[in-house]
Design a protein around this ligand. Structure first.
Ligand code: PLP
Length: 240
């Protein structure tokens, strides 16, 4: 196990393969415990702060879904890696309206629609290459309005608004568990938020939840998209 990561060197290939297999085994175990099916789960590897070479190594190991939380980094890596069959880039960070076009050009899925303005900006950024964009509505499960995500009380209105954007497809809800609460309790609230969204968008059956420290709890309440970073990549380089 390497003690620290450097910005230029991606994690060692053998370490990566071992950690990936280990995480996948733990995912399988949690899926079985929840009496769910493995096909319901998309495991996204969060590659933020790591060099693009990491994405290429992960791809060689069979990974087809990667996640980035900053637009500039997403765009740069998407460009550097180039087109690879079936590789899906997920944008999981705070989205700014003036970056909507760049996000849409690189991402297959956006997990962080949290206000009507960003839905509108992504909708306007549609181009012929990406006729429909899959989006999650990000919910703020904390009491801190400064955190990303829409307040649960405003979620249904946001779902209705976003569903009215012709080039966006509302697939479900996304959240990060608060630091000061047991993840199982927080994710149970997210599951109720998902039910509320389905009263207006019945086909919104996806749930993006679960990171390195809490993916088993997320699987237990119905997560379909896991966003896992350090458990697979090892420590992240310092943010540049
Ligand atoms: C970084 C990040 C993750 C992955 O976190 P780990 O704890 O490294 O698994 C997941 N979701 C979001 C939104 C992130 O920014």
């Amino acid at each position: 196990m390497t003690a620290s990561a450097t910005p230029d060197e991606p994690p060692d290939e053998d370490d990566l393969a071992r950690r990936l297999a280990d995480v996948d085994a733990r995912i399988d175990e949690a899926v079985r415990a929840a009496r769910r099916q493995p096909e319901e789960i998309t495991r996204i590897v969060v590659t933020k702060f790591h060099p693009e070479k990491l994405v290429e190594r992960l791809y060689a190991l069979g990974v087809r879904d990667v996640g980035e939380n900053r637009q500039q980094e997403l765009s740069a890596k998407h460009e550097a890696v180039g087109p690879l069959p079936d590789l899906h880039w997920h944008f999981i960070g705070q989205a700014q309206t003036n970056k909507a076009r760049a996000i849409r050009a690189a991402a297959a899925v956006v997990h962080s629609v949290d206000r009507p303005k960003i839905a509108d900006a992504l909708d306007r950024a549609a181009d012929e290459g990406h006729p429909i964009l899959d989006v999650f509505l990000q919910v703020n499960l904390t009491d801190d309005p400064g955190r990303g995500g829409v307040a649960p009380a405003e979620l249904v209105a946001l779902a209705e608004h976003t569903a009215g954007c012709g080039t966006l497809r509302v697939r479900g809800v996304m959240a990060v568990a608060p630091l000061d609460e047991a993840p199982a309790a927080a994710f149970a609230r997210l599951a109720r938020c998902a039910d509320a969204v389905r009263t207006v968008v019945p086909e919104a059956t996806w749930m993006s939840a679960g990171m390195t420290g809490d993916f088993a709890e997320a699987i237990a309440v119905g997560a379909t998209h896991l966003r896992i970073g350090t458990a697979i990549t090892g420590p992240r380089p310092e943010r540049g």
